[in-house]
Design a protein around this ligand. Sequence first.
Ligand SMILES: Nc1nc2c(c(=O)[nH]1)N[C@H]1C(S)=C(S)[C@@H](COP(=O)(O)O)O[C@H]1N2
Ligand SMILES: [Mo]
Length: 419
Amino acid sequence: MSDENILSESATDRRGFLRGAGLAAVSAALGAPIPFGEHFPDGLVPVALGQDGGVPTIPGKDGVRVLNDRPINAETVVTELDDDFTPNAKHFVRNNGIMPDRANTGSLDGWSLTIDGEVKKSLTLSMDDLESQFKRHEAALVIECGGNGRAGYNPPAKGNQWTLGAVGCSRYAGVRLRDVLKSAGVKDSAVYIGYESEDLHLSRDPSKKPISRGVPIAKAMDEHTMLVWEMNGEPLPALHGFPLRLICPGWPGSTGGKWLKRIWVRDQVHDGAKMTGTSYRVPRYPVAPGTDVPEEDMEIIEEMPVKSIITRPASGIVTKLSEQLALRGHAWSGFGDVKAMHVSMDFGQTWTKARLRKPVNPYAWQRWTASVSFPKKGYYEVWARATDKQGRMQPMLVPGWNPKGYLNNAMQRIAVKVV
Ligand SMILES: Nc1nc2c(c(=O)[nH]1)N[C@H]1C(S)=C(S)[C@@H](COP(=O)(O)O)O[C@H]1N2
Ligand SMILES: [Mo]
């Protein structure tokens, strides 16, 4: 292997050198006043000061690519997802609105979690109540945005053009949602839960919510669904929902409300912001690319499909004919464990079984490793394909086109030049 890379664009270090600096310092570094400085999003490095010719960065984030800065959306460069568990600094960020002030101040003043609706007894819980009244639970969980891979669809779907990196698997600690729901006493009339959060709509209109989604009561009562306040042993970071978030593992990341303040148990399918219309929905039947699908023919996304990534080597690697090329990455599925992982270096004619680790717990991703050798010099692609325990496999091409560009679990391909 050499350091050479045949791709024109490589994953480089996008650390902003002004991380954490105040407005005055930023202004000094720019050599100019910032007339609209008060509107500059907290925690963002001005494009002019970013590296890589102006790629914006986010303080406290490493190895991420910013897709949008209002609201903040950043995906992880795929080679930066190599860790067994994704460090906080590398976890992707998907915000639909403006982060609440509380996230930045780290204060719990006036904060509580309300559980109400179709329950026998409404609860108002402080962080101390959550920590002391319920059994602590820890798990490593994949969070993947429903739109991860959107950039692969044609005709293109509107929205953040996520490639591979709107996914991460970090270690979380908190409590099972079902323990909290049980203590409130779920009524037979309960159908769904909806979350409400402290973030603001982009318009700053307090009567509007950026997002308020939920899951059916069975998923809410599943033993793996959690309320978490710790991420990789640290208090939940501001960008990831301080002080408390929900995680419904295996389901679209959007079901995991950040900056949580209420769980509303509903007697109908929750109808909060981004639950209705075409949000986080796909057609009930396959459609041709570009089809205008009527809203009533769209259904809510539940489990996320089987998927894998290649975290080593980077696409574009140059390797020697005499050497074996070591490959590695992670695989996961919303439908249960991944049971097999295969790689091909001949455009899918033959497949080699990779080694695959068991997950540390359900809904954690699984490490895979493989090595391949090449018959002669030239250009190759390595393709990687996961199969879950229900027999579902990643498609070679983008799967069914859908108007919002969700659920693209096509195999990842990397370019390899053998010299
Ligand atoms: N309150 C709130 N919760 C939210 C969001 C949001 O904008 N506001 N974004 C959702 C979406 S679409 C995703 S994919 C995940 C992203 O979680 P992360 O930013 O910790 O990666 O959070 C979800 N929870
Ligand atoms: Mo998302």
